[in-house]
Design a protein around this ligand. Structure first.
Ligand code: FAD
Length: 522
C-alpha cells in the first residue's frame, strides 16, 4: 500500500508540480480499488490534452484520464466514483470541440471516449433494419459523425440530420442537439435517435428509448452530459442521395432575407414534398474577406469583385444558402424544375445567385477543406470565443438592428463566420432536455469567432454586450452550447424544464459526478 502511494506521489510530483494532496489521494483510491489501473493515465501529455478544448479559453486540470478499452471500464469507473466517500467527478470527452471547458473535470477523471475507437474490432457502426420497419445504425457514442457517414453509405443509407462539421462525436452532439441546415425539415440530431445505451451517474448501464426508461432517454438528449454517458445510440437512416444542387443568394435587405428563409421552411408554404433538404444563412461583412472564411469556399473567384463591391456598398450582406438532393442523371432534370419552383419569387439582389452541383459527400464535408487550410496556417488551434444563440422569430428584426447593424458594426472586430437560419419548433420533442424559445419558428445565430491568443476577451466583451442587449430588449434568447456563470442563468435557460431537469439529475446522477465542466450543478 505504502509503496503504491509513494510511487504515485513521485510520479505525479514529477509530472505536475503543484498538485494538491487531495488529487494524490484520489489517484491512489482509483488505482487501488478498481481494475482499470493500466488505463488510467496521469502523465503530463494526457493531462494536458484533457485540460484543453477547441475553445482554448478554459483550462481545467483533471487528476487522471481514463482511456477505456470497453464500456465496462467506464461503468467500473462510475460505479467506483458513486460508491466512493471522496467525491470524484467524471467528464466524458468526445472530440473536445466544446468552447468553454464543458468536457473537462477539474481534479476529477476525464474519460477519453475516442480511445474506445481503438479497441472496437469493427467500425463501431452497425447498420440494420428493413424497408418495412425502417433502417438504423447502432453507433458507439465515441464515433465521429464523418465515420457514421462513410459506414452507412456502404449500405446506400445515411442519417438525415447533420451538423455542418462532421468531426464531432455522436455522444457530444447528442448531449447538445446537433443542428444544421437540415434541422428545419428533419429536426435536430436528437430528434433522430430511436434508442440509447447510457451509463448513469450510479454506474448502471441502461438501454433506454421512448418506451423503455423514457425519462432517461429524453433527459439525456440535449442533457449536456448531466444524466449519463452515452455509449451507444440507434440513429434512424434513410436511403442516401447521390448528388446535391447547392445554391447561395445574396440579399442587402434583412427583411427580404428572413421573409424568404421563413417562407422556404414554412410547413404551409413551400415546405411540401418537393421541399428543400437544407437551408442556412450567414452574414458577409464589408470589413471581412469572404475568401478566408472557413465556411465560404463556395463562390467562384471570378465573382469575388462583384461580391466585394456589394459588401462595400451595403456594409452587411445576408447570404441565403439552400440545397436540394437528387440521385443521378435521371432525376437531374426534375430536380432543376423543382428547384426553380422554389426559387421563383425570392427577393435576393438580382444577379447574385450562385449555383453548384456537388456529390452528397462533398456537400456534407463542405467545411473540411476550410479547416485543413486553417490548420496548415496554424490558425485552427487559436482561441474561439464563440457565441451561439436561439432567438424567437418575432424578435429577429430587433436583433438585426440592435446587434448586427449596431454592436457588430460599431465594434468592428468580428472575425469568422456569423450564421443565421430558422428552424421549426415542431421538429423538436419538448420532452427532451434541450432548451429552445417558445415560438413555432425560431432562429439560430452563431458568432463563430477566432481570435489571437491574447485578444479573446475583446470578443467576449462583444458577446456580453449582445446578451445584455437581448436582456434589455426583453428578447427570450437561449444559448446553444450554453455557458452560464450563475445558477439563476441556468434556471432561466431551462425555463419551465428546469424542475424536471433537476429532478432527473437527482434521480440519475444523485452525487452530481457527471460533466462538471458544464458548471450547472457543481
Ligand atoms: P465534447 O466537447 O467532447 O463534449 C461536449 C459535452 O458532451 C461535454 O459536456 C461532455 O462531457 C459531453 N459528452 C461527450 N461525449 C459524451 C457521451 N458519450 N455521453 C454523454 N456526454 C458526453 N454543433 C452543431 O449542433 N452544429 C454544427 O454545425 C456544429 N459545428 C461545429 C463546428 C466546429 C468547428 C466546432 C468546434 C463545433 C461545432 N458544433 C456544432 C458544436 C458541437 O456540436 C459541440 O461542441 C459538441 O459537443 C462537440 O462534440 P464533441 O464530441 O467534441 O463533444
Amino acid at each position: 500500500y505504502l509503496l503504491i502511494l509513494l510511487f504515485i506521489t513521485r510520479l505525479v510530483s514529477i509530472t505536475r508540480k503543484s498538485k494538491p494532496w487531495i488529487t494524490l489521494l484520489r489517484n491512489e483510491f482509483l488505482i487501488k480499488y478498481i481494475d482499470i489501473s493500466n488505463r488510467l493515465h496521469v502523465d503530463a501529455d494526457s493531462i494536458k490534452l484533457a485540460s484543453s478544448d477547441y475553445g482554448n479559453i478554459v483550462h481545467q486540470t483533471p487528476a487522471a484520464v481514463l482511456r477505456p478499452s470497453s464500456v465496462q471500464d467506464i461503468t467500473n469507473l462510475v460505479k467506483f466514483a458513486y460508491s466512493s466517500t471522496v467525491p470524484v467527478t467524471i467528464a466524458a470527452r468526445g472530440h473536445s470541440h466544446s468552447i468553454r471547458g464543458q468536457a473537462m473535470a477539474r481534479d476529477g477523471v476525464v474519460v477519453d471516449m475516442m480511445a474506445l475507437r481503438e479497441n472496437v474490432n469493427e467500425s463501431g457502426v452497425f447498420v440494420s433494419g428493413s424497408v418495412d420497419s425502417g433502417f438504423y445504425a447502432d453507433v458507439g457514442g465515441e464515433q465521429l459523425w464523418v465515420d457514421v457517414l462513410h459506414q452507412t453509405l456502404k449500405h446506400g443509407l445515411a442519417p438525415v440530420s447533420w451538423t455542418d462539421y462532421l468531426y464531432l462525436t455522436v455522444g457530444g452532439t447528442l448531449s447538445n442537439a446537433g443542428i444544421s441546415g437540415q434541422t428545419f425539415r428533419f429536426g435536430p440530431q436528437i430528434s433522430n435517435v430511436n434508442m440509447m445505451d447510457v451509463i448513469t451517474g450510479k454506474g448502471e448501464l441502461v438501454t433506454c428509448s421512448g418506451d423503455a426508461s423514457p425519462e432517461l432517454f429524453y433527459g439525456v438528449l440535449g442533457g449536456l452530459g448531466q444524466l449519463g454517458i452515452i455509449t451507444r445510440a440507434r440513429i434512424a437512416l434513410e436511403p442516401a442521395p447521390k448528388r446535391v444542387k447547392w445554391v447561395r443568394m445574396l440579399y442587402s435587405d434583412f427583411t427580404a432575407f428572413t421573409k424568404d428563409q421563413e417562407s422556404l421552411i414554412s410547413i404551409n408554404g413551400r415546405y411540401q414534398e418537393n421541399a428543400l433538404h437544407y437551408l442556412e444563412g450567414s452574414l458577409l461583412l464589408h470589413n471581412q474577406s469572404h475568401s478566408n472564411n472557413w465556411r465560404s469556399s463556395f463562390f467562384p473567384p471570378s465573382d469575388t469583385p462583384k461580391i466585394t463591391s456589394l459588401m462595400k456598398e451595403h456594409c452587411i450582406i445576408y447570404c441565403l444558402e439552400l440545397a436540394k438532393y437528387y440521385d443521378d442523371d435521371a432525376t437531374q432534370h426534375t430536380v432543376d424544375q423543382e428547384l426553380q419552383l422554389l426559387l421563383d419569387g425570392l427577393c435576393f439582389n438580382p444577379g447574385f445567385m450562385f449555383k453548384r452541383d456537388v456529390s452528397y459527400v462533398d456537400f456534407l464535408e463542405r467545411v473540411r477543406s476550410g479547416e485543413l487550410k486553417l490548420q496548415s496556417q496554424g490558425l485552427w488551434d487559436v482561441p474561439h470565443p464563440w457565441l451561439n444563440l436561439f432567438l424567437p422569430k418575432s424578435r429577429i428584426s430587433d436583433f438585426d438592428s440592435g446587434v448586427f447593424k449596431d454592436i457588430v458594426m460599431t465594434r468592428n472586430i468580428t472575425v469568422g463566420p456569423i450564421l443565421i437560419y430558422p428552424m421549426n419548433r415542431n421538429k423538436w420533442d419538448d420532452r427532451m432536455s434541450a432548451a429552445i424559445p417558445d415560438e413555432d419558428v425560431f432562429y439560430t445565430v452563431g458568432f463563430l469567432h477566432s481570435s489571437g491568443i491574447d485578444s479573446w476577451e475583446e470578443f467576449d466583451e462583444q458577446n456580453k454586450e449582445i446578451l445584455k442587449f437581448c436582456d434589455n430588449a426583453g428578447i427570450d434568447v437561449k444559448q446553444y452550447l450554453p455557458y452560464y456563470t450563475t445558477k439563476e442563468d441556468w434556471i432561466n435557460h431551462f425555463g419551465p424544464k428546469w424542475a424536471t431537469f433537476q429532478d432527473r439529475k437527482a434521480k440519475f446522477d444523485p452525487k452530481m459526478l457527471l460533466s462538471p465542466g458544464q458548471r450547472i450543478f457543481n
